[in-house]
Ligand binder design. Structure first.
Ligand code: GLY
Length: 352
């Protein structure tokens, strides 16, 4: 088992190994005495996963309740949040009790935010069931729901007590869900871990899942520990995301987050090469490793569509926007650019 320690203000471990779901009760019992637990999941998560988590928790002495909400981004909202809070109160969960978020990023973000505000905050455990949640959203304590005005517009930084990542669940994911998370794995390699990048390039994701997830989580942990509240260095995690989000938006979310990020990384790399900032050898390696993960590398949208989307980026601060620019495999830097220069970057990114 790989144990990655996350040294945030409230530190915790991420446990990574095949088969951990059936041991989650005893693993959670190491960090929290037996209590009442609310397992929160959605109806996209296979029922047997919640049943297995429940059985393991009960065997370890926990009293278990389960609540399931409707899957999909449109249900990551205040209505679901309110339903969860009322459910916790009806059990009732007390300050000494626990929430377990079992699912992908939507479950983790929503259940985590509910835990952060119920009784002014109770502990929660993340059990990610998608690769994207395992390598990104379950680690770092960002929790949120969407508002009508946009994604993740209300939330809290609320670190989990523990993350239990069963790589057997990830290894069984369908190809499209795996690809969604694989884009983030390639991102971590490109921004700071050349060996991880090589593993992704060799198409080793399924065969070396535990090592790859551990490397991603370790890198995210290092970055988050330096900048828990996202005021500086944590923005490195947005490599490929400014243009990636614009691409997702332009596709009316027909393209997945991972597909948007994949194309976004290609565009920012092309732009950085044209500007003499990045080694030209990065581009063919990046496109090959994305293709090895069944991810797209060609942008179907034009400059204006990308610019409109990128200007709505949450990370924009007044007249500047922070770009994450790759310099080499395993090296990226933050570059603050005036918003009027963004169209030039996009132009350069779109020129092959
Ligand atoms: N997903 C980016 C972050 O956690 O900051």
């Amino acid at each position: 088992m790989q144990t990655i320690h996350i040294a945030t203000g409230k530190p915790y471990d991420v446990l990574i190994k095949s088969g951990l779901l059936d041991q989650c009760g005893q693993l959670i019992a190491r960090v929290h005495s037996p209590c009442t637990v609310a397992i929160v999941t959605d109806n996209g998560v296979p029922v047997h996963l919640a049943d297995r988590a429940e059985a393991s928790l009960k065997a370890a002495g926990f009293q278990v309740h389960k609540v399931v909400f409707e899957q999909g981004e449109t249900h990551k909202n205040l209505t679901t949040l309110s339903m969860l809070l009322e459910y916790f109160a009806s059990i009732p969960l007390t300050r000494g009790d626990l929430v377990v978020a079992l699912g992908g990023g939507i479950v983790g973000d929503t259940a985590g935010f509910a835990a952060s505000c119920y009784l002014r905050g109770i502990p929660f455990v993340q059990i990610p069931t998608t690769l994207l949640a395992a390598v990104d959203s379950s680690v770092g304590g960002k929790t949120a729901v969407n508002l009508q005005a946009g994604k993740n517009l209300t939330g809290a930084f609320w670190q989990p007590l523990l993350v239990v990542c069963d790589t057997d669940i990830l290894a069984r994911l369908p190809e499209d869900l795996l690809a969604d998370g694989a884009a983030e794995c390639v991102k971590y390699g490109l921004l700071g871990d050349a060996e991880l990048f090589e593993l992704m390039e060799r198409g080793a994701l399924r065969s070396q899942m535990e090592d790859i997830v551990a490397r991603c989580v370790a890198m995210k942990g290092r970055i988050v520990a330096q900048d828990e509240h996202d005021t500086g260095g944590r923005q490195l995690l947005n490599l490929g995301h400014t243009l990636g989000h614009a691409i997702e938006r332009a596709s009316r979310f027909g393209l997945t987050h991972g597909q948007g990020v994949a194309i976004g990384m290609v565009l920012i790399t092309q732009a950085a090469i044209r500007r003499g900032l990045c080694d030209a050898a990065v581009l063919p390696r990046l496109t090959e490793s994305l293709k090895a993960c069944n991810l797209p590398t060609q942008c179907p949208y034009g400059q204006q569509e990308l610019l409109d989307g990128a200007l709505r980026d949450k990370k924009r601060q007044g007249g500047t926007i922070t770009l994450v620019v790759p310099y080499a495999i395993g090296e990226a830097k933050l570059l603050s650019v005036p918003v009027e220069e963004l169209s030039g970057w996009i132009d350069d990114g779109l020129k092959a």
